[in-house]
Design a protein around this ligand. Structure first.
Ligand SMILES: O=C(O)C1=C[C@@H](OP(=O)(O)O)[C@@H](O)[C@H](O)C1
Ligand SMILES: C=C(OP(=O)(O)O)C(=O)O
Length: 440
């Protein structure tokens, strides 16, 4: 049994629900937790990160920061970090779990060390994701790098001085974010030129926001193709408050929209830089009844939904959840400009199409888009593959809540990567699940 009361590894049986009703507080943001913890470690002195996420990705970051020499104390829901400043310990091996953002941000910072090795226990997931664009930029700066053909395991050694450097932003924004975290601690800073069609603008702005919160000066062109961060700066320790998580909350909002009842979700600030905030507007455009009062959203569910066509890159981590709304909407929904979804924990275009088709829906893909046609009913009564991907597991859970018969989801424990309380939160609203222990 895991400390959260669910089996260590399990398949989940999702029972159809008639309605969802109740109140929830959005969990802490994944993207801000990883950023604030890292920035706190890069500061000298003590920082209190108020209300950190408890997900596996947050734990992976805390683990790696400890190995590099940070002091970490967990007090209630906060993390108190004693930073190592510009001097992470040399010669360490960092296991970054299955966390892409954690691995990449730390790979950037590793250029401050005389050698850091990066490994993962997730050879089939993070182990398959591309790191070459970041490694190439680090090499151009003078770092020594070795890798398994651009993939983990990877070793990175500094020192580097900084200067002008190009980094591709067409496969992931995390490479540029990684260099942004490194830049202020280099003697010459970085004048970053982001090449290719820039994807995931929102997380780049979250990185700029984090630097500002820790007193680091940076300037960026409006289109983010050029980001300048002077060297010789330091991160200022202090106190930061993690906002609520929009990507995970998008899944709760979709669940609430799909079923009758009324759900109130608090702790979701309106003027937030998380791109997945857009899920609220998309759901409203589809016909959902969502009202905002301050930081609280109220969904009155069960309205008929209609299809939309949208650029999904603005809300990349909410595309899976919104696909569940599309699956029960009238007409064909298309998510455009989502090529990078192929490079996440699974191939979120092909693998999603496969699972939707298995459930009887009609779906289609191109290199950079996913389309699906909604259905009035999904029969259910079968086993769906979670593909070891927390966001695929969220999508399948949402589909199961409104299916005619239960759906079993394999490997549902991978939900812990970003939203360990997801099933518990839904149970609190009236959903019913069975947890079937497995050994894989
Ligand atoms: O910077 C971040 O924290 C993230 C950036 C996004 O990745 P890409 O930039 O690879 O799209 C997002 O999907 C991921 O969950 C978190
Ligand atoms: C893709 C994701 O995370 P990461 O890239 O940090 O592994 C995600 O949270 O959906």
């Amino acid at each position: 049994m895991h400390q959260d009361g669910m089996p260590d590894k399990f398949d989940l049986v999702v029972h159809p629900a008639r309605e969802l009703r109740g109140e929830l507080r959005a969990q802490p943001s994944k993207n801000y937790t990883t950023r604030y913890l890292l920035a706190a470690a890069l500061a000298g002195g003590e920082t209190r990160v108020v209300g950190v996420a408890t997900s596996e990705d947050a734990q992976a970051m805390l683990h790696c920061l400890r190995v590099w020499g940070a002091g970490v104390e967990l007090v209630g829901e906060d993390a108190i970090i004693r930073g190592f400043g510009a001097r992470p310990r040399a010669g360490q091996t960092l296991n970054t779990g299955n966390a892409g953002a954690v691995a990449r941000f730390l790979m950037g910072v590793a250029a401050l060390t005389e050698g850091t090795q990066f490994v993962t226990d997730y050879a089939d997931s993070l182990g398959q994701r591309p790191q070459g664009d970041l490694l190439a930029a680090l090499e151009r700066l003078g770092a020594k790098v070795s890798s398994n053909d651009g993939k983990l395991p990877i070793t990175i050694s500094g020192p580097v001085r900084g200067g002008v450097v190009e980094v591709s932003a067409e496969r992931s924004s995390q490479y540029a974010s990684a260099l942004m975290f490194l830049a202020p601690l280099l003697p010459d800073g970085l004048d970053l030129r982001l090449t290719g069609e820039i994807k995931s603008h929102a997380p780049l702005r979250q990185t700029l926001d984090t630097l500002a919160a820790f007193g680091v000066q940076a300037s960026a062109s409006d289109d983010l193709s050029r980001i300048r961060i002077a060297g010789g700066q330091s991160y200022r320790a202090g106190r930061v408050l993690v906002p609520g998580d929009y990507p995970g909350s998008a899944a709760i909002l979709v669940a609430a929209a799909l079923l009758a009842g009324e759900v109130r979700l608090s702790n979701l600030r309106e003027n937030d830089l998380q791109g997945e905030r857009e899920a609220v507007a998309v759901l409203r455009e589809m016909g959902a009844d969502i009202v905002r009062e301050g930081d609280t959203l109220t969904v009155r569910g069960g309205q008929p939904l209609r299809a939309v066509t949208r650029d999904g890159d603005t809300f990349t981590d909410a595309v899976q959840a919104l696909s569940a709304a599309a699956a029960y909407a009238e007409g064909q929904t298309t998510w455009e400009n989502v090529y990078t979804l192929r490079l996440k924990e699974c191939d979120r275009i092909s693998d999603t199409r496969l699972e939707l088709e298995r459930l009887g829906l009609s779906a289609a893909e191109t290199k950079d888009s996913l389309s699906l046609s909604g259905a009035a009913h999904i029969a259910g009564g079968l086993t769906a593959d979670g593909h070891g991907d927390h966001r695929m597991i969220m999508l399948l859970t949402l589909l199961g809540l409104r299916a005619d018969a239960p759906i079993r989801i394999t490997g549902a424990h991978h939900i812990r990567k970003s939203y360990p309380q997801f099933f518990r939160h839904l149970e609190g609203l009236g959903a019913q699940f069975e947890y079937l222990p497995t050994d894989h």
